[in-house]
Design a protein around this ligand. Structure first.
Ligand SMILES: [Zn+2]
Length: 204
């Protein structure tokens, strides 16, 4: 899932005029490098139109170094891409796991996730996706959810998630079943999103 940028980047420049200041130059350079890393990460994440995004991922059976390396790689990509979640499907690996970081508790991996409980109450909020760049659509999700699965070492995990964390986790769980946010929004927003996602003609 992509980050909501609307509330960011407003706290950096304080009261100064933003010109010719060493701190600002360092900050600008940091921002340029972060953007370069974000673009590099996005180039490694499967984008809408790639058929792999529509496939159902398979249960993980081996909790080995290969799996742990995949979790490390996905966590790094999620950070670089400035997302709050990333499913293995999005890196072209059809295994049932995702990483997410919905809060300050640090990144977590959930392997073979199963939705075991969800609130009847739902809420609608705007979601983006690292595989659907430029799209944000309202998606209705349960306001609480309990997911069970394993960590990357095979240990049991049970996550009791509040509204935002549940939203992120259920978005990632959808990816493992080939489901995207445009499938979960209303017709009007789906139509608008498909307009944005329509493959662009490249000239030259
Ligand atoms: Zn997504």
């Amino acid at each position: 899932m992509a980050h909501d940028h609307d509330h960011e980047h407003e706290h950096d420049h304080g009261g100064d005029d933003g010109h010719g200041h060493d701190g600002d130059r360092a900050h600008d350079r940091e921002a340029v490098e972060a953007e370069a890393r974000r673009q590099l990460a996005l180039a490694q994440i499967r984008q809408y139109g790639d058929p792999v995004l529509r496939l159902k991922a398979n249960e993980v059976t081996a909790f080995d170094d290969d799996l742990r390396r995949l979790v490390e790689r996905m966590t790094a990509l999620m950070h670089d891409a400035q997302g709050v979640g990333l499913a293995a499907t999005q890196v072209g690996v059809l295994r049932r796991l995702f990483v997410f970081e919905p809060d300050e508790d640090g990144p977590r991996a959930l392997v073979n996730p199963v939705l075991v409980e969800q609130a009847d109450e739902t809420a609608s909020d705007s979601e983006g996706c690292l595989s659907l760049q430029g799209v944000r659509v309202p998606v209705e999700r349960p306001v609480r959810a309990v997911l069970e699965g394993k960590d990357e070492n095979g240990g049991d995990v049970r996550l009791e998630l509040g509204e935002y964390a549940a939203r992120v986790a259920l978005h990632e769980l959808d990816h493992l079943d080939g489901v995207l946010i445009i499938d979960r929004t209303d017709d009007e927003h789906r139509k608008e999103a498909l307009g944005v996602l329509r493959p662009r003609v490249v000239l030259g």
